[in-house]
Ligand binder design. Structure first.
Ligand SMILES: Nc1nc2c(ncn2[C@@H]2O[C@H](COP(=O)(O)OP(=O)(O)OP(=O)(O)O)[C@@H](O)[C@H]2O)c(=O)[nH]1
Length: 754
């Protein structure tokens, strides 16, 4: 079977790669780009298509390998790149020729021989210069004899080099892991770097010996030599999260679903969790005392369901931010007397970002003012349409307080679980995640683990996050000691050397030495990462780099704005940005200041936060710094769109960057005629300077942005006032300052190019 790339085919047939891609797609072949490899069948079908239109294309449609096999050397119109490939990609023939060069003209009849002879006659002259194959044979065969002395010597040298080159057999395949430099690649295939550099030049790439080649280029070059490329998979045992929770279908069995309950404050999440626990756990396990270990299991109609005991989307997303995908199903609690509230919408977005199915529990239906239909209506507007109304979201009406509808809810959870078929392999060594962990004075570090795959046993050597140990004792959600815990089971364990973090993942090893070794490596790496403080999240500044490197096809964005109209205007315009191959995906949008929950969602989903006329509060700001989440704040919608588009196209101008230098609380105000409103402020953080820009913030919303007009300490003008001091501030053309407002002082600093 032979292969070639789309662009090669396009070039050979003087058509655009786009036309070839379109044709291939129409023919039902799966091609991604001009670099995609196409095989015999596709080439054959393409030939039929393109030759129909252009009969002369027949001579131009050259298959690289076929071409070599036939020794096609009579296409002077071909580009240099192609010709080089003729020679290079016929290793066997060249090997054969190398040893018997002087007699090559006799050995090779037909077309080859003819060409060779012609070459001989012209003495390696210019006539066949365009043709690499002809030329090389020429040089080697005749070099010293026909040319002048110097010329002859030169040719002789070339011929010697060539011969040497040809004596090294090309490998059938090379192994790579990541990139290679030009020099390394040359060494691997046994050819001089200059050959590779020449080939790259023919492709329009000026490269040096030490330049890195990416995987695509390596494949392209190797393909030109007829050498296959195989990627070496280097298994890093310490990075066990990298291989995910591989489920082996052959031995997989159905496991209980893991459920998280989310919803707005006071809509009844805790009451529901308690209600399920009491009706089910205590009834099912006579005498069992439920113990709070962060999760519990109930049995309904003989089937088990695991509930995570920390309700709310913030906890859910915090876990996700740490890499743990624990939840299988979300139960969204909405109080029938209150309806859809901001956190209901947040919860929907968090569940969606994690791609977890949602079951709606319309709660408090016992209340006289309950209006479940209204809830359904409001949720339909959020895309959660009840089955009765033609949608596919399951709604269950319940009263968590009175225990109404709990069985129905559990039944629906089991139904979704049955459809989704959550599976695991109990026969494997256990893997899973930490739900909670703390240090107990008597027992040492204790952690609640959720077994996601395999079975955890007492005595198992285990690595949990950056900690390790041996499972000393295991206690289940009923406070009973157990020896084993299968998939979807929560257990509290002791025996670790340190306290892991919620959301950390764990893995069991067959021997303790290995667990210790891996645990120590991970602890060391965690320390290095902490110290390095490298930015791993996306930021607008490096967006283009990531797009270019193919790391990003979808940019996740969280939008927060002062009013609903702005939210919609922003999301509408952002969705319209059209940059080739990249899509903006708005995972959450809402009215109000930027909160901790927004940051955590952005962190877990690798999103950028765009704030319009709003600010993050101090807590959110520090979490954003910790989590390395890029927050972009704007006062003009157009600027937001413009900057986003520029970043996507790689044109972001990084010359100036806003640096917040201080925070002030407005403690009182004085109205003075002719001057206006003077704000009596206290600098709570950093400093304020005369020339600073000021943002006046009221309830998380920016009400003014401009400059300091006057800055005074008592009666004197001040150049700067530092943290812990009071000052009087007036703002340029603005008097609507109120007690309780906050001011953010900032300066624009030039960003030094990296
Ligand atoms: N009438 C009635 N009251 C309920 C029901 N469910 C919960 N409540 C009451 O609603 C209030 C809030 O319930 P919680 O369970 O604490 O709500 P939550 O969603 O966990 O609240 P946060 O933990 O603050 O987010 C409590 O006073 C409950 O007793 C219900 O089905 N009917």
């Amino acid at each position: 079977m032979s292969k070639m790339r789309v662009y090669e085919y396009a070039k050979d047939n003087s058509v655009s790669s786009k036309a070839v891609i379109e044709k291939l797609e129409a023919l039902g072949f799966n091609v991604k780009s001009h670099m995609s490899v196409i095989e015999d069948n596709a080439i054959h079908q393409l030939n039929k298509q393109f030759l129909k239109k252009k009969p002369s294309a027949e001579v131009q449609t050259v298959h690289p390998k076929k071409k070599n096999a036939e020794g096609t050397v009579t296409q002077p119109t071909k580009t240099k790149e192609k010709q080089t490939s003729h020679v290079a990609a016929a290793p066997e023939k060249r090997q054969h020729q190398a040893g018997k060069f002087s007699s090559s003209s006799q050995k090779h009849g037909g077309e080859n021989q003819g060409n060779n002879n012609r070459g001989n006659r012209t003495g390696g002259g210019s006539r066949f210069n365009e043709n690499g194959s002809a030329n090389r044979r020429n040089n080697s065969g005749n070099g010293g004899r026909r040319g002048g002395r110097a010329n002859g010597r030169r040719r002789g040298q070339v011929s010697a080099v060539n011969r040497q080159k040809m004596e090294i057999k090309l490998p059938d395949k090379i192994m790579i892991s990541g990139s290679l430099t030009v020099g390394q690649f040359a060494e691997k295939i046994g050819r001089p770097s200059t050959d590779i550099i020449k080939k790259l030049m023919a492709l329009g790439v000026m490269a040096t010996k030490n330049q890195d080649l990416d995987k695509d280029t390596i494949e392209l070059l190797a393909g030109d030599y007829g050498v296959a490329v195989e990627e070496e998979v280097i298994v890093d045992e310490a990075d066990f999260e990298a291989d995910g929770l591989e489920i082996d279908e052959k031995t997989a069995v159905i496991r209980p679903p893991v459920v998280t309950i989310m919803g707005h404050v006071d809509h009844g999440k805790t009451t529901l969790l308690d209600s399920i626990r009491h009706t089910k756990v205590t009834a099912g396990e006579a005498g069992g005392i439920t113990q709070h270990i962060g999760a519990y299991q109930v049995v309904h109609e003989g089937k088990r369901i695991t509930f995570l005991d920390t309700p709310g989307h913030a906890a859910f997303t915090t876990m996700r931010a740490r890499g743990a995908e624990i939840t299988d199903i979300t139960v969204l609690v909405v109080a029938a007397d209150d309806g859809v509230m901001p956190q209901t919408i947040e919860a929907i977005h968090h569940a969606r970002a994690a791609k977890v199915p949602i079951i709606v529990a319309v709660n408090k239906i016992d209340k006289p003012n309950a209006n479940p239909d209204h809830v359904m209506q409001e949720l339909s507007e959020q895309g959660l349409v009840p089955e009765d109304w033609g949608g596919d979201t399951i709604f269950v009406k319940i009263s968590a307080k009175q225990g109404i509808g709990i069985d129905d809810l559990l039944e629906m959870i089991l139904l979704v679980a049955e459809v989704e078929e959550f599976k695991a392999n109990p026969d494997k060594l256990a893997r899973g995640a930490v739900i909670e962990a703390q240090l107990d004075k008597g027992k040492g570090p204790i952690a609640t683990l959720l077994v996601q795959n395999g079975t955890l046993n007492v005595g198992d050597p285990i690595v949990v996050g950056s900690t390790f140990g041996r499972v000393r004792a295991m206690v289940n959600d009923l406070g009973r000691r157990v020896k084993k815990a299968g998939p979807s089971t929560p257990v509290e364990i002791t025996g670790l050397n340190n306290v892991p973090l919620a959301g950390d993942q764990f893995i069991v090893f067959a021997d303790e030495k290995k667990a210790r070794q891996i645990g120590e490596i991970r602890a060391e790496r965690a320390l290095i990462t902490e110290r390095k403080e490298t930015t791993t999240k996306v930021s607008l500044d490096d967006l283009f780099e990531k797009i270019k490197e193919g790391e990003m096809k979808e940019i996740n964005v969280v939008i927060k704005a002062d009013v609903q109209g702005s939210v919609e205007a922003l999301s509408g315009s952002l969705r319209k940005i059209d940059v080739d191959g990249v899509k903006i995906n708005i995972i959450h949008e809402g009215v109000g200041g930027i909160s901790e929950s927004d940051i955590i969602l952005a962190s877990a989903s690798n999103a950028i936060i765009i704030g319009f006329n709003v600010r993050p509060d101090n807590h959110a700001k520090s979490i954003a710094e910790q989590e390395k989440v890029d927050i972009r704040l704007y006062r003009v919608i157009y600027d937001a769109i413009d900057e986003m588009e520029a970043a996507m196209k790689g044109m972001l101008d990084p010359e100036f960057k806003e640096v917040v230098i201080g925070q002030l609380d407005v403690r009182t105000t004085f109205k003075v005629s002719k001057i206006g409103t003077i704000a009596g402020c206290y600098v709570t953080d950093g400093r304020i300077s005369r020339d600073a820009g000021i943002r006046l913030v009221r309830n998380g919303v920016v009400v003014y942005e401009g400059h300091v007009d006057t800055l005074k300490r008592f009666k004197d003008d001040a150049k700067e006032v530092k943290q812990g001091f009071e000052c009087g501030v007036t703002l340029e053309n603005f008097n609507d300052i109120k007690e309780g407002d906050t001011m953010e002082a900032y300066v624009m600093e030039e960003v030094k190019p990296k």
